[in-house]
Design a protein around this ligand. Structure first.
Ligand code: NAP
Length: 540
């Protein structure tokens, strides 16, 4: 902890408490340390180390699917110059090392408390402060509370009974043990075929005795096309990082890939197929974001590209019955956030790797030796739960957040979040969210960057005027929430199957919880608010 400095809220422990020491929390801490060294700031995190997503998700195969240099922080030229990413899409160990490097390089560690799992946060109007508590009785009283708890940080498990009866090794991909898991010669089940399940399947297929992938919904996976970063290419990228940063912040989703400048309908079907073939060979998200924009808006073009991908999958998986199971039938490309694969489809060409469709054979129960699905008993040494997250609002729902006698934030957002800019909800003064509901998806650190910069400006506005209370107006919240929901209408995503709608979590109310308007629209709106001297907020 930093030395307490006198401030208007001297009776409080802190001026700003940030929950979460991931990409967002680290940057928010650094920004406040630089711009407000007099403020008492602390970051708390339940984990035993910093890194958030990249601390918890240490399963084999976990890696970026944004280009490494585009995902990293841009705020310091010195940091950019002294870190050299090894791969186009670097793996979890290197990412965790990078985030620790950032924390040490900018001397942030003294302000971070680990092993601090927040259970409740309660607003006290009299002292204009939040009281933040853990289950084991630790407490902080803070003027401002910033959540940086992550979009995908509340892991969820299959609901079938008997999970605790399994006597083998079982881990969720997002709660992976630091010591790793030895898969050599083991009979392994992977449940779930999102990005995590696809990555781990490709990574372990060569080690296991057998691997059974339990698939509820097939996904449109395309090659990641990862490569080491050669010195010449890296030197070129390093020399252009300012320009690259401007491109990312001026793009739709913060990626280096740009949509085609022409409409799909203005080119011939042959030319479209030529582009699809080129995209297949390109790295990562080029397949989605370097495509025609109509892939996201036109059912016809979406179906055409999906058919192209189905052909590719059929070519990669030699057993036609397995290939048929692995090809999505109920949604087109981009309806769900697409995974990127390295050895995933090839794994199914091994005789000891199989896919079981949970639509045909649902998991009935877990047993001491494995599980029963569709009436068949399967025995395993290891079960991997790659079953994803109670997304976006899940991490908030696990904290009892209350302002006065009013309803909890969990209740307030039950039918979908209401926010202004994804950063505050009326009724919850001095509580701000980074990378929470209604914030831009895509290459998330770029969206985080804009939010942290905006929020730091808002806090500067408050403290420089001696204000102790900041609350967004209900009108601003209603307008932003309507804008968010309207923006997703008419896109292929609006089908609602993705975790952005909560469609992956049993019992969760279906509502769009992300922001699909893109980084430019979002940052333009932020700039308007700043130019209007934050008129959407009441200061007291
Ligand atoms: P996910 O995309 O939600 O996938 C979870 C998988 O588990 C899905 O196949 C889901 O089926 C299945 N599932 C969920 N509950 C189940 C149940 N009760 N029984 C059987 N199957 C069940 O989760 P994820 O793979 O962890 O990825 C989540 C997000 O994290 C990604 O979309 C991505 O944004 C991010 N991520 C990124 C990277 C990267 O950048 N490199 C890597 C991993 C994850 P349904 O599809 O039917 O729901």
């Amino acid at each position: 902890m930093n030395d307490p400095q006198p401030s208007a809220g001297a009776a409080l422990d802190l001026d700003v408490l940030v929950i979460g020491a991931g990409i967002a929390g680290i940057y928010q801490l650094h920004k406040l340390r630089i711009e407000h060294p007099d403020l008492r700031v602390e970051v708390v995190d339940a984990a035993g180390g910093v890194g958030g997503t990249w601390y918890w998700n240490r399963y084999p195969g976990a890696r970026f699917d944004s280009e490494s240099y585009s995902y990293a922080y841009f705020f310091s030229k010195e940091l950019r110059d002294d870190w050299r990413w090894k791969e186009r899409f670097s793996g979890q160990p290197e990412i965790e090392e990078y985030l620790n490097h950032v924390v040490d390089r900018f001397e942030l560690r003294p302000y971070i408390t680990l092993g601090f799992r927040v259970q409740s946060a309660t607003w006290d109007e009299t002292s204009r402060s939040w009281s933040v508590r853990t289950a084991d009785g630790q407490e902080r009283r803070t003027r401002f509370l910033v959540t940086a708890v992550g979009l995908l940080s509340a892991p969820q498990f299959p609901i079938a009974p008997g999970r605790e009866e399994f006597r083998g090794i079982a881990h969720h991909t997002a709660l992976w043990p630091a010591g790793g898991v030895d898969f050599t010669g083991k009979r392994v089940a992977v449940i779930g075929t999102g990005s995590s399940g696809v990555q781990i399947t490709g990574a372990i297929a060569d080690e296991v005795a057998s691997l059974t992938v339990f698939q509820r919904t097939p996904n449109w996976c395309t090659p990641l096309n990862n490569t080491p970063m050669g010195d010449e290419e890296y030197a070129d990228i390093s020399s252009r990082l300012d320009e690259i940063h401007a491109t990312l912040m001026g793009s739709f989703a913060g990626f280096v890939h740009q949509f085609q400048p022409v409409s799909a309908f203005d080119v011939s079907p042959e030319d479209r197929h030529r582009l699809y073939e080129q995209l297949w060979e390109q790295p990562g998200f080029a397949k989605l974001l370097g495509n025609y924009m109509e892939v996201l808006f036109s059912p016809e073009i979406n179906a055409e590209f999906s058919a192209f991908l189905a052909g590719k999958i059929s070519g990669l998986v030699t057993d036609p019955a397995k290939a048929d199971k692995l090809i999505p039938k109920d949604h087109g490309y981009g309806v769900k956030r697409p995974p990127f694969e390295a050895g995933y489809y090839a794994a199914f060409n091994k005789p000891n790797v199989d896919v079981v469709s949970l639509t045909d054979s649902p998991i009935e129960r877990f047993t001491p030796t494995g599980l029963i699905a569709g009436g068949t008993e399967h025995e395993f040494d290891i079960i991997v739960y790659a079953t994803g997250f109670d997304a976006i609002t899940g991490a908030f729902d696990r904290i009892d957040i209350r302002a006065g006698e009013g309803q909890s934030l969990r209740e307030y957002w039950e039918y979908g979040p209401h926010t202004f800019l994804g950063m505050q909800s009326p009724g919850y003064p001095n509580l701000f969210f980074i990378a929470g509901p209604h914030s831009t998806g895509g290459n998330v650190p770029r969206a985080i960057e804009g939010q942290v910069d905006f929020l730091t400006g808002l806090l500067t506005r408050a403290v420089s005027h001696g204000h102790e209370r900041v609350e967004v107006t209900p009108q601003a919240e209603v307008a932003w929430t309507e804008h968010v929901l309207k923006g997703v209408e008419g896109t292929v995503v609006a089908v609602g199957k993705d975790w952005a709608f909560g469609g992956n979590t049993p019992g969760k109310k279906l509502a769009y919880r992300h922001y699909g308007g893109g980084i430019i629209t979002y940052s333009t709106r932020c700039a308007e608010v700043v130019a209007g001297d934050y008129a959407e907020f009441d200061f007291a």
